[in-house]
Each structure stands twice: as structure tokens, then as C-alpha cells.
Design a protein around this ligand. Structure first.
Ligand SMILES: [Zn+2]
Length: 346
């Protein structure tokens, strides 16, 4: 018989699930705060996967991905253990903020310390209670506030096992991303834990397509790891495209941006992506693509200042026309999926 899963003095028996409140530093109002941790402990031994969201407190799509994941019937026959943390940065969720009340970015504060800043303490709790118990991890993110991302996986694709999981996730665009100092991914990799980072949608917004693609992706990775039975979702099995590099196009002027290209659009070098007009004089300036590629991120608010990042363009080794076609097919597939149990968020 498999041993129970122990966390915070609670024992979760094989075949059982539990919601555990992991204590966090109190609010200054003396309000007690905790990080909700769902444990689904399968009857059979296998990988231990953590899935986390809202490390940036204003990134909400992942919270809904985890809510739907925990409802999935397939978890009844789970092999291994799933640890799902819908809101890591509880402080940020309350304040609708990416950051912690000490204005630090939690995803630059790993591995943290029990005696460090507030952000370092929260990072430390997450490392000790969650990450150290896991063999694999998926961290769910969105673009920043007023910026949206095409569903994409960022991971260390130079590692063959991580590359395999990134491809299994099933989104059309992968970014081989080097580890950032102080990120959860960096801290997990020093413990030998393979991680994917899923980026999709915009801060402070729900996006049905991004949520569905995220849920399907997590389930696909769990199948790839042997944690769930059945076939990978998405009948259309095509290899994702790996971006060779990516760069932001910045606003050349301040003013109001009229954007002409959606997420997923293929663009040519020198192509006009939008116009920034001076609200006073009406003078307008084109914003042009610096390289040919696909739009994987975009600003959502028209008011921009000179120097602001407005379009994130990825360049691909393969023919970028194919990438854009694949993105379009993927988006149609996601919204069409008959298997979706929940009424769509519109
Ligand atoms: Zn984020």
C-alpha cells in the first residue's frame, strides 16, 4: 500500500483528496492568511506534479484552469500525486496586483528565506511545502496588466525531458527560455524538478480560449507523465513551433495606438502593425515590425508612451506562415472542443 501524503501535519490517504491551508504571514490588519493547497493522492505510486497559479496576484486565467482541473473525472484514477495551488500570491489577488505588499515580484524572490523579505518568506513557504515534494511542475501565468499573450509554453527546451513535456502540452508556440534570476523555475531546476511555464491571456481578465488551452495542456502533460489514462486531447497532432528568438516592438511616439494586427498574426519586416496618433494634433506615426515573425504578445490599451512595449514578435526557424496557420487552427479547435464541461466564459 502506498504511504499517505503528509503536509502541514495532515495525512492524505492513497485514493483520497484534501484541501490544506498553508499558513502565510498575516496581513497588517491582523487578518490571518493562508495559501490553499489541493492534494489529490492517487492509489498508485507515480510522479508528483504541482500546478500553481497567480504567483503574480493579478494573473487569473490559471486560477480557473486549476478549478476546472480539480473537477476532471480523470483524476479518480490518478497515478501519482497532484498538488494544485490556485493562488500562490494571495496578497496580490486581494490588491489586484502582480506584486506583494512589499512591492517585490514573487517570481524574482525564489528560493526565498524564512528570515528574508515578505516575498522571500512566501517563496520559502512555497519551496518547502510544495516544490520539494514534487517531481515536476507547471506554473500558470498571463501577460501583465493591459498586455495579452498568445497561449505559449516557456521552458528549458535544451533539457530533453522538459522538451518532451513542453511538446506534449499541445500549444502551437514554444519559447526556449533561459532561466531568470530568482524565478520559481530556476529554483526548481536546482532541485532537479522539471518545470513548464504556461503564458496565456491578460492580467485581471478571464479568457476562455486561454483557459481551455491551459486545462487541455495540463491534462496532456499528466498523460505524458503516465499520471492519467487515455489519449492526449486535440485530434490534430502537429509538432509545435519553437521560437528562435523574440523581441518587443516599442512605441516610437507617445499617443493613442490603433492596432491593425491581432495575436497570432504573421507579419513581415517593415509591415505597419498600427498607428500612434497625437490626441491633440492628430498627427500619426506608423509602428512597424522590425523582423518577420508572429505576434505572440500585444498591448491592449490604446494610450501609450514613447518607449512602451507594444507588440511581442517571435521569430521562427520554420516557415512562419505555417506557424500562423497552426495558431489559427489551434484557436478554432480550442473553442470547438465538445469535451468542455463548463459553460464558456464570454
Ligand atoms: Zn506572471
Amino acid at each position: 500500500m502506498r504511504a499517505p501524503f503528509e503536509i502541514q501535519g495532515q495525512r492524505v490517504a492513497p485514493g483520497a483528496r484534501a484541501l490544506v491551508d498553508v499558513a502565510l504571514p498575516k496581513l497588517n490588519s491582523h487578518t490571518f492568511l493562508s495559501m490553499p493547497v489541493h492534494v489529490v493522492h492517487g492509489k498508485k505510486d507515480g510522479p508528483c506534479l504541482f500546478v500553481s497559479a497567480a504567483i503574480h496576484g493579478d494573473e487569473l486565467n490559471g486560477v480557473e484552469v486549476i478549478r476546472r482541473l480539480l473537477e476532471a473525472k480523470a483524476l479518480r484514477r490518478l497515478v501519482g500525486t497532484l498538488i494544485a495551488v490556485p493562488v500562490v500570491n494571495v496578497y496580490g489577488l486581494i490588491h489586484q496586483s502582480r506584486y506583494l505588499p512589499d512591492r517585490r515580484d514573487l517570481n524574482r524572490s525564489f528560493p526565498g528565506s524564512a528570515v528574508g523579505s515578505l516575498a522571500a518568506r512566501v517563496a520559502h513557504v512555497f519551496m518547502e511545502e510544495i516544490v520539494r515534494r514534487a517531481t515536476h511542475g507547471i506554473d500558470l501565468h498571463t501577460g501583465a496588466i493591459h498586455r495579452t499573450n498568445l497561449p505559449q509554453i516557456r521552458a528549458n527546451l535544451d533539457d530533453p525531458e522538459t522538451d518532451r513535456l513542453a511538446r506534449a502540452f499541445g500549444v502551437p508556440v514554444l519559447l526556449n527560455s533561459t532561466l531568470r534570476d530568482g524565478s520559481l523555475r530556476e529554483a526548481a531546476s536546482t532541485l532537479g524538478i522539471r518545470m513548464l511555464l504556461y503564458e496565456a491571456g491578460e492580467g485581471l481578465r478571464f479568457d476562455e480560449l486561454c483557459i481551455r488551452a491551459g486545462l487541455t495542456g495540463v491534462l496532456n502533460v499528466m498523460r505524458e507523465l503516465g499520471m492519467l489514462g487515455g489519449q492526449r486531447s486535440h485530434a490534430r497532432e502537429t509538432a509545435p513551433f519553437v521560437a528562435r528568438s523574440s523581441a518587443w516592438v516599442r512605441a516610437s511616439e507617445s499617443g493613442l495606438l490603433r492596432t491593425l494586427v491581432p495575436l497570432g498574426a504573421r507579419v513581415q519586416r517593415g509591415e505597419i502593425l498600427g498607428f500612434i496618433s497625437d490626441p491633440s494634433t492628430g498627427t500619426q506615426h506608423p509602428v512597424t515590425a522590425l523582423a518577420r515573425g508572429v505576434v505572440i504578445g500585444r498591448i491592449q490599451i490604446p494610450a501609450v508612451h514613447e518607449g512602451e512595449a507594444v507588440y511581442h514578435i517571435a521569430r521562427f526557424r520554420d516557415d512562419h506562415d505555417d506557424v500562423a496557420d497552426e495558431v489559427e487552427a489551434f484557436q478554432l479547435d480550442c473553442l470547438d472542443e465538445a469535451a468542455a464541461l463548463d459553460p464558456p466564459i464570454v
